[in-house]
Design a protein around this ligand. Structure first.
Ligand code: AQP
Length: 335
């Protein structure tokens, strides 16, 4: 009974907009694995978010399955959580439409991600790009969740989801649970290996900036060796040493130690030795995950089954909330 009372409902997702990076893992997926124990978790592959930036259809389809296999290979257990593809649950789009009418263009145009992506994709500033946070609010609010485990970059979007939920509840009466962002203390923002003041991103054009789950050992080690650090030589975590601090964070997560322990381990050692150790540690940790992902991808029927039953479970939960929303706002739903 005690455990039941502490049980929370959680939602999170990642976009199959590229190969997933260790940033996605460190900031989000490893937390999903921990949180699936004792909570009711909905974990999605957010393919509807992905199309806000141009995608090649065949690649998007392939990456969707790769992401599902990767989540599972990382430890997301479809027996313990609801794992599904966003576009297979139509209520995400339906609730977005309703929430759009409660969201202001001004607040969407101020979102950091919208501003960044508008700059990056200046030839394709589409409505979906601007509406991304409303779709994300719908994702979250559909499942009446308590918390949303995300990396730091998504905190602003969870906050707007809270604002929209509160706005709806004030106008139409208590309908949505207001969620909290759940952000890890260490690794909430893994930085680019080439520009350590910028976040590591799966869609970064500079392939040396990110470590992808698809990278082999040699590539991982080469990328870490080339990682940008400062001109000093002490391996110490500090604000003015963004590159070294980022590597220390990555090392501590993959080595399962604290940043202080990592600093001690490398005290008096050179950058070359340090970078090699980070590269080897990450590569060795990724190897079994890569092997498991490959095995899962060879069994398309298994993956299809997992995603179909996940979508069915998500559909049932989402339908309940959407029906309540439609009733509250006065949409006719038959007799
Ligand atoms: N560098 C990062 N450090 C920590 N957490 C991160 N996340 C992303 N990058 C980092 C977290 O991963 C989850 C899934 O992210 P997403 O796929 O929904 O989109 P994103 O945040 O826009 O991630 P990317 O990799 O930068 O994707 P693209 O390049 O497609 O925009 C989220 O919880 C996110 O916080």
């Amino acid at each position: 009974m005690e455990a039941e009372r502490g049980r929370k409902t959680l939602y999170s997702a990642a976009q199959p907009s590229g190969n997933l990076t260790i940033g996605n893992y460190v900031g989000a997926i490893r937390n999903w694995v921990r949180l699936q124990e004792g909570n009711d978790c909905f974990y999605a592959i957010a393919n509807m978010h992905s199309i806000t930036v141009r995608q090649e259809p065949a690649e998007l389809r392939r990456r969707t399955l790769e992401a599902a296999a990767l989540y599972i290979a990382c430890g997301v257990d479809p027996e313990k959580c609801t794992l599904y593809v966003q576009s297979q649950v139509p209520q995400h789009a339906e609730l977005t439409w309703v929430l759009n009418s409660l969201t202001y263009v001004g607040e969407m145009s101020r979102m950091t991600q919208f501003k960044d992506k508008s700059q990056k994709h200046a030839d394709n500033i589409n409505m979906g790009l601007m509406d991304y946070p409303v779709l994300m609010a719908a994702d979250i609010l559909l499942y009446q969740v308590d918390g949303v485990p995300v990396g730091l970059d998504q905190k602003q979007h969870v906050e707007i989801a809270r604002d929209i939920a509160i706005r709806f509840n004030n106008r139409y009466g208590e309908t949505f649970r207001v969620p909290e962002p759940l952000i890890l203390k260490t690794g909430a923002k893994i930085m680019s290996l080439q520009e350590p003041t910028k976040k590591m991103s799966k869609s970064d054009e500079n392939l040396n900036a990110s470590i992808f789950f698809a990278d082999d050992k040699d590539t991982i080690i080469r990328k870490f060796k080339r990682a940008v650090t400062d001109s000093g030589n002490d391996i110490r975590y500090s604000e003015e040493k963004a590159g070294v601090s980022n590597l220390l964070t990555i090392y501590s997560v993959f080595r399962d130690c604290t940043v202080e322990e990592a600093e001690k381990e490398f005290a008096g050692k050179g950058y070359g030795e340090f970078k090699l150790a980070v590269g080897e540690t990450v590569a060795d940790k990724l190897a079994p995950v890569q092997a498991e992902q490959k095995k899962l991808l060879a069994d398309k029927a298994y993956l299809a089954g997992v995603l179909a039953s996940g979508a069915e479970r998500a559909f049932k939960a989402a339908r309940k909330t959407l029906s309540k929303v439609y009733r509250k706002i006065g949409f006719y739903q038959g007799e």
